[in-house]
Ligand binder design. Structure first.
Ligand code: AMP
Length: 406
């Protein structure tokens, strides 16, 4: 395949991040990356950098809504000043049973995503919206969706199956797992020396952990939805189901309909809980660290709770992996919060996880465990866009009709 520009889109609640790669025949070269941030504000940010980090665009436009923000990106990519994309790759966060593969974006598959939007309400509706817009704004350009759960397709049945009546399992209720593109990118970056027994802790605003054996996913903390698992910035993680039932009954006493009560419970579990809920201050780890430094007790409890769920989860994966060779921290917190890494690992010494404080005193890629540690501990930033480009290239190649042989 000759080289072509591939646009990668990754959208959040108030931002659209993108990058453009030149891809073909094993070659992957990042040309630009950029973002529109502050969607819904009078003064947002719109920037583009080249591969060397030089800012080519740096504006502060009004960004009243996502449609205006995305059109701004599309207009610029069509202006002739940048490489207009020949293919587009999207990160797809969606638990729909039929959308667990990497696939071509069509209006019908976007409809299917929207049918399952309540299973990832912070991600699926935004992703579906951007895919629909991309089909309109880049006519004739093939769009591909890369499932954030595809990496978890190797989970064994005992892990995916939920202890619930069969009638609900038949509806597709099972462990799906997310952050798969990040996990795949860590395995990709470790090649050719992928350790046999690997745990990756993706600690960002959303947080999850995966146990990986010989490059294949064996277990993961998130469940049917990104709300489950370890504590996240605004999400509960796993809680006693009785707690949700209790809160639902409390909410139902003051709401008119079951749907309204369910919406309120959903908002509680996804937007008001986790680090934000416990601290009553912020879901941003930087704010919590500042608060801890001036003695804020709730911020300390929130971070302790976060660390506790992570250490427990890492420990719980040991029997499944039959030990551990490497632990990798990734994601905004995993890469940058030196204290979180130290606090989590402080309780894991008995499992052979021992950090070197001097080596841990770093942001970005590094080996941070002591010399001759039974478990090597590393920090590796994810390379999700690169993995999406790889899948787009594979999907494009698979679409080409084979030449009939004589
Ligand atoms: P992500 O979702 O991967 O972008 O990660 C977002 C999280 O990373 C937020 O909780 C941020 O507070 C955290 N984060 C980003 N930079 C830093 C930093 N320098 N120190 C501590 N946490 C950080």
């Amino acid at each position: 395949m000759s080289s072509l520009p591939v646009l990668v889109l990754n959208s959040g609640s108030s931002s659209i991040k993108f990058s453009i790669y030149e891809a073909g025949n094993g070659e992957r070269r990042k040309l630009y990356e950029g973002a529109v941030d502050g969607i819904g504000t009078e003064q947002g940010k719109f920037w583009i950098k080249d591969a060397e980090g030089n800012k080519l665009v740096d504006r502060s436009p009004a960004l009243p809504n996502r449609s205006v923000a995305f059109k701004m990106v599309a207009d610029l990519l069509h202006s002739g000043d940048f490489h207009a994309p020949a293919a587009i790759g999207h990160r797809m966060v969606c638990a729909a049973p039929t959308l667990q593969d990497n696939l071509r974006v069509t209006p019908q598959m976007i409809d299917e995503m929207e049918r399952f939007k309540n299973l990832a309400p912070l991600h699926t509706p935004i992703g579906a919206y951007i895919m629909r817009e991309a089909l309109q704004l880049f006519p004739g350009v093939p769009n591909f969706a890369c499932s954030d759960s595809y990496f978890h397709r190797t989970l064994p049945e005992v892990v995916t199956h939920m202890p619930i009546p069969a009638e609900y399992s038949a509806l597709g209720v099972r462990r799906v797992g997310f952050h798969g593109i990040s996990y795949e990118s860590i395995v990709y970056q470790l090649q050719p020396n992928v350790p046999e027994r690997l745990i990756v802790a993706h600690l960002g605003n959303g947080a999850s952990i995966a146990a990986i054996r010989n490059g294949r996913c064996l277990d993961t903390s998130m469940g049917l939805t990104p709300t489950g698992g370890i504590v996240s910035g605004t999400r509960t993680g796993d809680v006693d189901p009785g707690v949700l039932l209790f809160i639902l009954r409390q909410i139902a006493e003051n709401t008119a309909s079951a749907t309204e009560a369910a919406d309120q419970l959903e908002a509680m579990a996804n937007k008001k809980a986790g680090l934000l809920g416990v601290s009553e201050l912020s879901n941003d780890m930087r704010d919590l660290r500042s608060a801890i430094n001036i003695g804020n007790r709730e911020a300390r409890l929130a971070v302790d709770k976060f660390n506790w769920t992570i250490a427990k989860c890492i420990g719980s994966f040991f029997p499944e992996l039959d030990g551990l060779d490497m632990l990798v921290f990734t994601g905004g917190i995993g890469e940058n919060d030196i204290a979180v890494r130290a606090e989590i690992c402080a309780g894991l010494g008995a499992l052979g996880i021992v950090l070197d404080p001097a080596k841990n005193n770093i942001r970005g890629e590094a080996v941070i465990s002591v010399e001759n540690s039974p478990v090597t501990v590393r920090v590796i930033p994810p390379a999700e866009d690169l993995i999406i480009v790889n899948h787009v290239v594979d999907l494009l190649a698979a679409q080409v009709e084979p030449t009939p042989s004589e």
